[in-house]
Design a protein around this ligand. Structure first.
Ligand code: ADP
Length: 285
């Protein structure tokens, strides 16, 4: 049974899952696959789905408190301005911060560089009952690193298989992984960067380096293609999220999270005490 809002004509987890052989160049970032609703009206759908997500997240957390080791990991990848921060704020942010572990991965520190690239990632993994959110991730080690030749090819090339093995290990130990690649068009990216330059309250989000990366879009496209081709597995598939319409990408990722939580078959953990006896004790206390 699905409680998917009627605006969805297709299940997001099916329509957005990367299909082997499909090409990054064919993605239309301005599309809204599987959704027949418009921006107008999306706010009320979003509000209801935020509540649904929050309920499931609380249940996951409650189970964690009761000793359940399972967790969920949301991996967000995308070029600058793709809207990763908006997902964190407007989708995951509907949950209870107590059960959420957020990590953003920037340029590695000196200490991080002295270790294997998965070292900092392992340290940030969610523990039982938690949702981990990676704002960028280990995939940067085959994206920015590959595009900028930060290490030689024979170093980054084996990483795809290594990442698959790493994620398999996580899934086998009870972590459900939801990987979202957010695609924004170059036009929309220009508009969003321009807005940052126009508004003093957005200067803090602007990084002159973002313009440099923009110029490298063809190389990034190639690198994203390799990520999707080589690391979309049956145990941790990639979802391709058209992200020119922020309201759509938020609705879509919200549904992917709800679906992932539902697939865990959670229920409220039973009381670890005699409820009736406790009611009597309380009445007399
Ligand atoms: P954001 O740009 O997402 O707001 P930051 O300002 O922290 O966040 O910058 C993130 C930058 O760090 C990005 O340009 C990204 O490519 C870079 N980065 C992340 N991981 C790595 C890595 N492993 N090696 C080199 N650069 C990285």
């Amino acid at each position: 049974m699905t409680d998917l809002p009627s605006e969805w004509t297709h299940e997001p987890r099916k329509i957005l899952q990367f299909r082997p052989g499909s090409k990054v160049g064919d993605i239309d970032p301005n599309s809204s696959p599987g959704y027949r609703g418009a921006k107008n009206g999306s706010e009320s759908v979003q509000a209801e789905r935020n509540t649904r997500f929050a309920g499931l997240q609380e249940m996951l957390y409650a189970n964690g408190k009761a000793g359940d080791k399972r967790s969920l990991l949301l991996v967000l990848q995308g070029m600058d301005t793709a809207g990763k921060g908006g997902i964190v704020k407007h989708v995951v942010g509907a949950g209870d911060p107590m059960g959420i572990r957020y990590t953003s991965f920037g340029v590695p520190t000196e200490e991080e560089r002295a270790h294997h690239y998965l070292w900092r990632v392992r340290k940030a993994l969610p523990t039982g009952g938690h949702i981990g959110v990676f704002d960028r991730s280990h995939y940067e080690d085959v994206l920015v690193v590959r595009v900028h030749d930060l290490v030689p090819r024979d170093v980054w090339e084996p990483r795809y298989d290594e990442i698959n093995a790493f994620e398999k290990e996580l899934v086998d130990s009870g972590t459900t992984i939801v990987k979202c690649a957010m695609f924004v068009s170059l036009d929309e990216q220009r508009r969003r960067l321009a807005e940052r330059l126009d508004r003093p309250d957005k200067y803090w989000k602007y990084n002159p380096g973002d313009v440099t990366e923009r110029l490298l879009w063809p190389a990034y496209q190639q690198a994203y293609q390799a990520v999707l081709d080589r690391t979309s597995t049956d145990y941790a598939p990639w979802f391709v999220i058209p992200s020119d319409k922020k309201w759509y990408s938020r609705l879509a990722i919200n549904e992917l999270l709800i679906e992932a939580l539902k697939s865990m078959g959670l229920s409220w953990p039973p009381a670890g005490f005699d409820v009736e006896a406790e009611k009597k004790r309380l009445a007399q206390a």
